[in-house]
Design a protein around this ligand. Structure first.
Ligand code: DGY
Length: 327
């Protein structure tokens, strides 16, 4: 569905967005929407891109490493409907002169809320508890079984103290938690919410009853939660991931969960999602969600409008607010 307006820039929108955002982009651009929300593969996006000046895509699109080099010359800007941009190579985009923007800030609270949901859900058995009620197994509850794990007053380690990590720390304070964090740099006292900085990830791990992964997926962080680092956690620790699945080595995490090193895990993101390691489905001590950190109408609408704002700025000749390919 392409809107009228021959002089307006042409934007290919790969997935269905919130209705208010679709109305706006159709009014401001010649937008090709995807009303049936049929996922397009890399080849289809590349073919259709030839008739467009810009692409509004998502981290759910399967693009592959050669996506940007293979883009037709008509494409001048990519706006990703996500804060994470590990699905796009910024150096390749720069080399090709293509601008890339993302959506920081507007999904911070929604994602931090999901991190707390994972913490509570994994620790207190939301997944198995829900199944017990649905399967009419309430009668199996006794004074000593089943049991969850305490959250309040315990120690939380945050890997990645950007906006979302800080919002997790702020929420964890309400649970009286002792908070630690590891990031490339320490943040100021107003942003750390009383959390203690560890310059080395390994030094933080022995202090973590809970480890919340909130860093970007980069060459430095991919696989950083692995057999060696998981072994440094206290026995019975709980791992939570709302960032990206490839930060975790699945083999090591599943091994730690099945061998009793870890008490539980709460995961909203997975390597290779939606084709996740099938072993997660049969573990009772994991609380699993389908990458819904930003999935509220207000948040998804704000993300889409941020993409449109960035596209509008770019085509007016201004520097987009969320430009990733700048100097
Ligand atoms: C993000 O914005 O990066 C979310 O994880 C959705 O992709």
């Amino acid at each position: 569905m392409a809107a009228a307006g021959p002089d307006k820039p042409r934007v290919l929108v790969t997935r269905k967005m919130m209705p208010d955002a679709e109305r706006r982009i159709a009014a401001e651009f010649r937008a090709t929407l995807n009303p049936d929300d049929r996922p397009m593969g890399k080849d289809e996006i590349l073919t259709r891109a030839a008739e467009h000046d810009a692409i509004l895509l998502t981290s759910f699109d399967k693009l592959g490493p050669e996506f940007i080099p293979d883009l037709p010359p008509s494409i001048r800007i990519i706006a990703t409907h996500s804060v994470g941009y590990d699905h796009l190579s910024i150096p390749q985009a720069k080399a090709k002169g293509i601008a890339v923007t993302n959506t920081p800030g507007v999904l911070t609270d929604a994602t931090a809320d999901i991190a707390l949901l994972l913490m509570l859900g994994a620790a207190r058995g939301a997944s198995w508890g829900d199944r017990m009620v649905r399967e009419n197994r309430w009668g199996e509850t006794t004074l000593v079984s089943p049991m969850g794990h305490d959250v309040s007053g315990r120690r939380l380690g945050i890997l990645g103290m950007g906006r979302i990590g800080q919002a997790v720390a702020k929420r964890a304070r309400a649970f009286g938690m002792e908070i630690h964090y590891h990031s490339r740099r320490a943040v100021g006292p107003e942003d750390s919410h009383g959390a203690r900085y560890h310059a080395a990830f390994e030094d933080m791990l022995p202090h973590c009853d809970f480890l919340s992964i909130n860093c970007a997926s980069t060459p430095e962080t991919r696989g950083i939660v692995n057999a060696r680092t998981l072994a440094l956690l206290p026995d019975g620790a709980i791992v939570l991931n709302t960032a990206r699945g490839d930060i975790v080595d699945d083999e090591a995490l599943i091994g730690s969960l099945t061998q009793g090193k870890l008490a539980a895990a709460g995961l909203d993101v997975f390597k290779g999602e939606p084709n996740i390691d099938p072993r997660y489905r049969s573990l009772d001590n994991v609380f699993l969600l389908p990458h819904i950190g930003s999935a509220t109408p207000g948040t998804r609408s704000a993300m889409a409008h941020k993409c449109i704002d960035n596209l509008a700025q770019f085509f007016r000749g201004e520097r987009p607010t969320d430009l990733l390919t700048g100097d």
